[in-house]
Design a protein around this ligand. Sequence first.
Ligand SMILES: *Cc1c(COP(=O)(O)O)cnc(C)c1O
Length: 418
Amino acid sequence: MNAIERLQQDSSTAAPQVTRKTFDEVMVPTYAPSEMVPVRASGLDLWDQQGKQYLDLTGGIAVTGLGHCSPIVLEALQKQAATLWHVGNTYTNEPVLKLALALTGATFADRAFFCNSGAEANEAAFKLARKHAHGKHGPHKSRIVSCFNSFHGRTLFTVSVGGQSKYTEGFEPLPPEIDHIAFNDIAAARAAITDDVCAVVVEPVQGEGGVMPATPEYLQALRELCDQTGALLIFDEVQCGMGRTGKLFAYMGYGVTPDILTVAKALGNGYPIGAMLTTDEIAKAFSVGAHGTTYGGNPLACAVALSVVQTINTPAFLARVSAAAARLVAGLNAVVADYPAIFSHVRGSGLMLGIVLTDAFKGKAKDITKHAEALGLMLLIAGPDVIRLLPALVISDEQIDEGVRRLRLAVDAFQAAR
Ligand SMILES: *Cc1c(COP(=O)(O)O)cnc(C)c1O
């Protein structure tokens, strides 16, 4: 019996029974998910089909900043769900305008464009940068400069701008006029950012590429080079934005202001929404009809995101993120000190942290996270050599200590299994 037959039989008798095995039968195999299937969650606690509890330090990959099923977000969602879901962009709506006011009021930006994901926010940013440059300087100003190891999404344009060739292999021909330079290398930036560049895009803290913060000097140099050449500086804060670093956006901690900022992941706490923020002058290049999306800026997503922005963007909330980050870093540093053969150091910013493995244990990050999962601790990796932590920003001191305790048990189990 195949999966569909089984589902049909199940639905004719009892509730449908699906397991991890079903994934291999009916899903396009773009992912290799864990054997554990989550069924419900609250805050940082999550339970699988067997009722086993896990402490989730992944935050759904930097998405559930306020925790799973946050009561604040749930209330906003339920209220808006009973009011107005969607009208399409032939009409505007109150939640989208309130969200745009909140985001522009809190940032350098004057204008917002809403979409449904990080890739779409970056797609909008890259298209806007091209259109802005072509209108102002002519079609020769088309080149986009990005960093190796960067990640900007999976549409053909964004994956081409991303700096990891494993993600573009087989998808050629790729969009032209995109160059990659070494991250944090000012000399390379100086050589690459010439008058034909329309945009320079960078993650202030690289996420997928290994949890690597930019140096302040690097971002400052990019700002100056963009000003000299008339290129737009785009900060991709899809992962590091929305309070993750202890600032509402990471750029605020650096004191370097971009021309375009992209946001997604934690903006909707799990409800899909992305945003591109920019200035009045640059936004003009997107005239009526130049860009758009059906769902983007719909009332339901925007009401949810507004509740998230209002909750995160308070001094007390952001100060707590920094305090929690300091406690977690101290705990992780102690683990690194106790297992010097396995771990090299901890790096990152705020509650976006990576534990870097030593050369002797290169490639073993996934093995350790598997042991952690067996012991009730959910962790991520960022490449084969870095364990990545992106817990909900509402993590308590007790949860931090419990996470570090379970991590130690996982490392012990990993060692014992070797
Ligand atoms: C996740 C991510 C994206 C892509 O976002 P999607 O919502 O998956 O399209 C883009 N940039 C960065 C920095 C990310 O971490």
